[in-house]
Design a protein around this ligand. Structure first.
Ligand SMILES: [Zn+2]
Length: 342
């Protein structure tokens, strides 16, 4: 897609996962330097295997269970890989898409090789990667969001919140709830932990309303009281829920092309219906990538170009979503002119 014209427009990315913001060639480089065995021996085959495209769609569960967690999380584990991954992800987004504000999220416990790597070392490596990128690109502002896992026990998730609090002043800005439910997960079990996070200055977002019905979103609103919701596209099918989102001024983090590649949204017509319905009902939303490097041609500028080309949003509406993204950001640096958490 020709996105040249957009490169002058600064963009904000609020929903991108670290694991899927690392370009395939960087994963390849990490694997070769560490001597990891990969499912494919040839680079091109490896790239085609881990990158989704209209020719290679997988459901969210298939991708998470077969590629994201077992291969990509593993490759981006350990201090060296984490520092490089964060550094490359942030710098690449600024250089290629003029992203000047980027909130990168991940679950630190997915990058510590089941406890072999000390968690503080893993987190400090991420922060080093972020600081290197921020020093190199002074126009870029960035922060990390720590994802809790709906499949983890409460005790494990509590460790993640404690680390987020511990490193808040170094640039961990929020907590998120990610992954799909397999165990009995309830937001109501987390109200105390969420309050604890908030008391320490962290914001709250949660993946919800992506593939499942809106019950989970209602549950999330009632108990987690999030500042934003990741995806939330199913709200377009629930008028009362949209009213509630407007009332509470909650911004949705919409990720169009990823939703199409994981079949969460069936086709362009459904995407158009969702986005137009949210807009017409006054629900604020931002355009994001979710998985910028593991969905083909799905950088942030490509996502915007897609919405423009399919006549889903007008130029003025696109600008509005970009403004909403800067407004809804959790990044709040002590000195607004600085980009380092000093
Ligand atoms: Zn996500």
């Amino acid at each position: 897609m020709d996105t040249g014209i957009l490169h002058s427009k600064p963009l904000a990315e609020l929903h991108a996962h670290l694991t899927t913001s690392i370009p395939p060639h960087v994963f390849w480089h990490i694997a070769q330097s560490e001597g990891y065995k990969l499912p494919k021996r040839d680079y091109k085959e490896f790239e085609n295997y881990i990158v989704l495209s209209p020719e290679r769609k997988l459901t969210l569960r298939e991708y998470l269970d077969e590629i994201y967690h077992p291969i990509l999380d593993k490759l981006s584990s350990g201090a060296r890989a984490l520092e490089k991954g964060v550094y490359e992800g942030l710098g690449g987004a600024y250089r290629s898409n003029n992203i000047t504000l980027l909130e990168l999220r991940t679950n630190p416990l997915k990058h510590n090789r089941e406890g072999e790597v000390d968690l503080d070392h893993a987190i400090m490596a991420m922060l080093r990667g972020m600081e290197r990128a921020l020093l190199e690109y002074p126009k870029l502002k960035a922060g990390l969001i720590f994802c809790l896992d709906r499949q983890f026990s409460y005790e494990k998730n509590k460790i993640i919140v404690e680390k987020a609090v511990k490193y808040h002043r170094r640039g961990v800005i929020a907590i998120d709830f990610a992954n799909y439910n397999t165990r009995l997960f309830h937001f109501r079990d987390y109200t105390d932990l969420i309050s604890y996070a908030r008391q320490h200055g962290l914001k709250v977002t949660a993946h919800s309303g992506e593939t499942e019905d809106t019950n989970d979103m209602w549950d999330c609103l009632e108990h987690a009281k999030p500042d934003r919701i990741g995806h939330g596209i199913k709200a377009a099918y629930d008028k009362e829920l949209m009213k509630e989102l407007v009332k509470r001024d909650i911004t949705l983090e919409v990720c169009p092309l990823g939703n199409l590649m994981t079949k969460a949204v069936e086709n362009d017509d459904e995407m158009k219906f969702i986005i137009r319905t949210l807009l017409e009902n006054g629900v604020k939303f931002t355009i994001n990538t979710d998985w910028p490097e593991t969905v083909a041609n799905a950088h942030l500028s490509d996502q915007i170009q897609y919405l423009r080309e399919k006549n889903i949003l007008t130029e003025e509406e696109i600008d509005r979503t970009i403004r909403w993204a800067f407004d809804a950001s959790f990044i709040n640096l002590p000195n607004p002119h600085d980009n380092l958490y000093l």
